[in-house]
Design a protein around this ligand. Structure first.
Ligand code: PA5
Length: 472
């Protein structure tokens, strides 16, 4: 029996959400009240979530992938046996999830471990087109011992396609005509160019299911293949998401962690709290903030509501890391403007206990640390910062993971996804499109002379010219 099949274990791993420090009872006049939350369009939003459940295909991923999980595990085993490195080519939702889950669940110095200790291939996620970075990757991998996975839902993103062209050229030079042993595609089943290239090159292809947008795709083959290659238990990850699906099924906003967090954020946003800082107290969760930043920003940053009214909605996500950013940003969070909400993410049991040994016992300002552990220190610093932020009257809340494992990370991802969808309902906007990103993509095509983008090119040429007087 797998541990997540045991109900008692599952319940012991339930992640907790504490919103006390959002409330006026704790932080005074700047805090929210039950009444203010009740005035939000809660019933309409709950109904909206129910009505759209069928369209939100990402909500079914914890349940409908038995067959694909088997295929991914088989594929991952063969990659583990035959390759030294696994390289993901992709950007945005095709990259941030794989990075976040890998950082959360693999050794913090994964690629630097010896092969004996690591046991699974090194992982590189190439989510940029910085020419120095691509060159650097090619300096450290042996192409013949590398499996590449090109991931693009739309099948046409320029950044990803440029990487693919570089890699396929290299592979053809190294391997000859047939490169299918070193390249896997993950894309839509029929739309876009990658599926055509995959057919031409005879590539193993994993499908991004319909209705699963980029930033909601970590729990489908987009994220699961890289995770499985690195030895992560993807069944447990999905079980964690399913568990959170149960917790977020409740229609009472005060008992539903995703609905409650979303309601608090949107009420805070209405009061001018335009920034959402996500501050995990664990290096392992550092890139969960990056993944979340895309989810929250791209889903809610919208000019129009569902009726076509101009609303210019959104709350700017900011990534911070405890305790590191206590020494760079917390001054602003306690004494700066009342324009932000801080979400602390804590961990009950870290996977290691690191003792602080005795030393310099005659120097009291140093020796008070002796006999403690870094575990106690990081927790004390988190509590102290939560207290300082609360005392200063700024809004914050805390999400706590009993430990960081595949089950709790699955819960956390799914919690944030449902929270984002519910926030979209509260704001009455479409949380699942990204017209602003498309605009930038189209402008890039025009600048690089892609056929069909002549009008866009003319529009860009007509944009105001830079004046020398403003360039110094
Ligand atoms: O969330 C989204 O849909 C986007 O941010 C995409 O993930 C990003 O633009 C990459 O797109 P694609 O996976 O189609 O290459």
């Amino acid at each position: 029996m797998r541990r997540y099949e045991d109900k008692a274990w599952r319940n012991s791993m339930r992640i907790r959400v504490d919103v006390n420090n959002m409330m006026s009872e704790n932080i005074g006049e700047k805090g929210l009240t039950r009444e203010s939350i009740e005035k939000l369009p809660l019933s309409r939003s709950v109904e909206g979530m129910k009505a759209k459940r069928g369209q939100m295909k990402w909500r079914e991923l914890p349940y409908n992938q038995d067959e694909i999980v088997k295929q991914i595990e088989d594929c991952a085993r063969s990659i583990q046996e035959n390759f030294d490195s696994f390289v993901v080519l992709g950007i945005g939702g095709s990259a941030l999830g794989p990075i976040a889950v890998h950082q959360a669940l693999c050794h913090p110095r994964y690629n630097e471990l010896s092969k004996d200790k690591r046991k699974t291939p090194k992982l590189y996620v190439e989510d940029n087109v910085d020419p120095e970075r691509m060159a650097a990757l090619l300096d450290v991998i042996d192409v013949k011992k590398t499996m590449f996975n090109v991931v693009t839902k739309s099948g046409g993103t320029s950044e990803t396609m440029s990487q693919l062209l570089i890699v396929t050229d290299l592979l053809h030079k190294e391997l000859g005509e047939d490169i299918s042993s070193h390249l896997i595609a993950t894309t839509d089943k029929e739309k876009g160019n990658l599926v055509k290239i995959a057919r031409r090159e005879n590539l193993t292809t994993f499908i991004v299911p319909d209705g699963v947008g980029g930033r909601f795709s970590e729990l489908c083959p987009v994220g699961l293949l890289a995770a499985a290659v690195c030895g992560i238990d993807i069944r447990e990850l999905l079980a964690g998401a399913a568990y959170m699906d149960e917790l977020t099924a409740c229609e009472d906003v005060w008992k539903n962690p995703a609905y409650l967090l979303a309601s608090m954020q949107i009420e805070a946003l209405k009061r001018g709290h335009n920034i959402h800082v996500v501050m995990p107290y664990a290096d392992s969760l550092k890139y969960i903030s990056d993944w979340y930043a895309q989810l929250w920003a791209e889903s809610l940053g919208k000019r129009f509501d569902n009726e076509g009214n101009e609303i210019y909605a959104g709350q700017t996500p900011v990534k911070a890391l405890g305790v590191t950013d206590q020494h760079s940003q917390v001054q602003l969070y306690t004494e700066g403007p009342f324009d932000k909400v801080i979400t602390f993410i804590g961990v009950d049991e870290y996977r290691k206990v690191t003792a602080i040994p005795d030393g310099y016992m005659d120097i009291k300002d140093v020796s008070f640390l002796c006999g403690h552990t870094q575990n106690e220190l990081i927790k004390a610093e988190q509590s102290a910062t939560e207290y300082a932020v609360m005392k200063s009257g700024h809004l914050s809340n805390t999400i706590t993971l009993p430990e960081v494992n595949a089950f709790t990370v699955g819960q956390l991802l799914y919690l944030f996804e449902v929270m984002t969808a519910f926030a979209g309902e509260l704001l009455n906007l479409n949380a699942f499109d990204q017209p602003g990103v498309e605009e930038g993509k189209n402008a890039t095509y025009a600048l690089l002379g892609k056929a069909g983008y002549e009008n866009k090119r003319a529009e860009l040429n007509a944009a105001p010219k830079a004046k020398d007087e403003f360039i110094i």
